[in-house]
Design a protein around this ligand. Structure first.
Ligand code: COA
Length: 247
């Protein structure tokens, strides 16, 4: 029986930077058959257009910096199902995340890295508060793996890709999406001014809704922790969160 290996020490998650795309491509090319592997151009497109959906699993590098052990990436689509076209474009502001693939370096597999990475990815999608669902296509032998994360099979995908059949899987993001655009957050008159004056007159308060990527823009990952980049204040569930300057 296979002995259980622990997650690598110091494992942490962070967005893939533009200069790390070449390393992603090396892993991609080694991990997928040539007809399934994304080209470097496609990976660059995803990182440039949807950087918030390109998440890496890293360990601190012995010589400084960080070593990439795995990644997951995606784009946004306004369609409710996966098509070849929707998979190759990113629709800004759309609510369906198309996940292009989860990948872990071959010498780091079966240690729970993909599981931890996918769980962190889902946590971030949920926290962003603007996504409705995540879709991906997978071979049938991966169904059990994704089912553990709440993905459900929608049956055979319409996509015939790399000459084989694929299952389309869906995970419904467990948040209520407000796309009405007609109910801007309101705060009590004078509340913001009074809060700013109390802490520091130079600080600028902003509503969370003013940030393009919501919670992702006001937090960042440091090691295995997510920290706030600003002082955050939750006034009530209607107002949401106020940012009162750099934290
Ligand atoms: C699929 C893939 C991402 C899984 O990565 P991973 O880090 O090995 O995944 P995990 O360790 O989280 O779990 C994978 C399996 O290892 C098992 N596992 C997890 N921790 C383990 C441990 N400590 N010891 C032994 N097995 C373990 C899990 O139960 C799981 O088993 P199952 O999928 O056979 O049911 C990786 O194999 C890969 O990159 N493959 C090539 C690319 C690919 O096919 N990606 C998926 C596209 S849909």
């Amino acid at each position: 029986m296979e002995s259980a290996a622990a997650l690598p020490e110091g494992l942490f998650f962070d967005l893939i930077s533009a200069k790390e795309v070449d390393t992603v491509y090396e892993l991609e090319a080694k991990s997928f058959p040539p007809e399934e592997a994304a080209t470097i151009e496609k990976l660059r497109y995803r990182q440039e257009n949807a950087p918030e959906l390109f998440l890496g699993a890293f360990v601190p590098h012995t010589g400084g910096g960080r070593a990439l052990l795995g990644y997951v990436n995606g784009v946004l689509s306004s369609e409710a199902t996966l098509t070849s076209e929707s998979m190759s474009t990113h629709v800004l502001g759309a609510h369906t995340v198309l996940i292009h693939g989860v990948c872990v370096a071959s010498d780091s597999r079966r240690r729970g890295i993909a599981s931890a990475l996918l769980a962190e990815y889902q946590r971030r999608l949920e926290a962003a508060g603007s996504y409705e669902r995540a879709l991906l296509i997978a071979h049938e032998d991966k169904l059990g793996f994704y089912e553990r994360f709440g993905f459900k099979s929608r049956g055979l995908s319409n996509i015939s890709f790399a000459g084989v059949t694929w299952l389309e899987l869906e995970w419904t993001v467990p948040v209520e999406v407000d796309r009405s655009g007609s109910a801007p957050h309101t705060i009590l008159p004078g509340l913001l001014e009074s809060l700013q004056g109390r802490s520091n007159p130079q600080l600028q308060g902003q509503l969370l809704s003013a940030f393009t990527n919501g919670i992702l823009d006001v937090s960042e990952t440091e090691g295995d922790r997510t920290i706030n980049r600003y002082d955050l204040l939750c006034v009530n569930d209607v107002v949401g969160v106020l940012s009162l300057g750099e934290g």
